[in-house]
Design a protein around this ligand. Sequence first.
Ligand code: NAP
Ligand code: GDD
Length: 329
Amino acid sequence: MKKAIIFGITGQDGSHLADLLLEKEYEVVGVSRRASTDNTQRIKHILSNENFYLMQGDITDAYSVINIFKKHSNVDEIYNLAAQSHVAVSFKQPALTWDITGKGCLNILQSIVDLGIDARFYQASSSEMFGRNYDIDRSQNKFQNEDTKFMPQSPYAIAKCAAHYMTTLFREAYGIHSSAGILFNHEGERRGETFVTRKITKWIGDWVKSGKDLNFPKLRLGNLEAFRDWGYAGDYVEAMWMMLQQDSPQDYVICTGKTHTIREFLDVAFLHVGMEDWSDLVVQDPEFYRPAEVDYLRGDCSKANKILGWTPKHSFEDLVKKMVEHDVS
Ligand code: NAP
Ligand code: GDD
């Protein structure tokens, strides 16, 4: 039986990845940080699984990471999904974001080397690292891929770039089997409620449950013109696992290749509840604009398709429908 450690088990991706690995009959050790209230909502259904173990740990504390590896030194695969993952929050809490999202990855990699852990490592890199490198000529149908230069536009993206480079350095310097997945935005029913897609579908769900009350507090959003390449989280964790099954560690872009604005997401989401015109329900609020924006993301995952045999299973329309139906019910 293979053993995997997942840092970030209580997050959206951690919970989907745990489901996938348990289905594949792995022994899964999930690492969750201490919280004053219950943070296991997304993994409630696996807490009593006999192959699942929950350990407390924090990736900003190297001692804590070392303790986990000492207890589970026979691990086969290590997934670092832990992060302060909210881009807007990273402008308000840049140092914390650096400690978790940047240095946290180093703490894990250095512990692997120092303790001589013979395991494969996955780092959750991000399309946010491409930042303002969207001056690609859209008319020529160009996309961001593994060769696109990083031009980070947020403290979060800068921390992710540092962790990404650390992952490739440790592969080259110490021969660690470490791979980074450069994942474009992926969403779903378990998405955090402050990310734009879930904020929208959650609001729609609450509004529908209120009987479509016209006095219901309006949905307050920021920039509606940014483009995102949105996929379904359940599809994307499969790509993470596939990367670690390869003989040679490499980095891969994971995306759908299609891009939509927030405005288009609103159109499709509101149409599911019979609203063609949502303009009276949404307010654009300066509070939700960012000091710097990433205007355009659209990926090209032909490498992942060719080497891993990975393709996204859900379309944009499937994704929006899944999220709205979940939040309305
Ligand atoms: P998420 O829902 O925000 O989950 C982040 C996880 O990290 C949570 O389990 C969180 O714990 C944990 N965490 C935060 N600080 C920690 C610390 N100091 N020590 C240990 N754990 C800590 O994020 P996600 O959407 O699942 O994304 C997973 C990873 O992929 C993240 O690294 C994210 O940056 C990256 N990524 C995400 C996307 C996307 O579109 N979802 C795209 C590209 C890359 P709590 O539950 O206690 O907060
Ligand atoms: N969160 C949020 N809230 N975003 C809003 C809002 C709002 O009220 N209104 C407009 N937006 C816009 C943001 O300005 C951004 O252009 C877009 O919606 C998407 O924002 P998020 O859903 O917060 O995602 P993100 O693209 O910034 O970051 C996500 O994807 C990255 C991959 O590209 C996160 O999951 C990151 O962790 C991930 O790395």
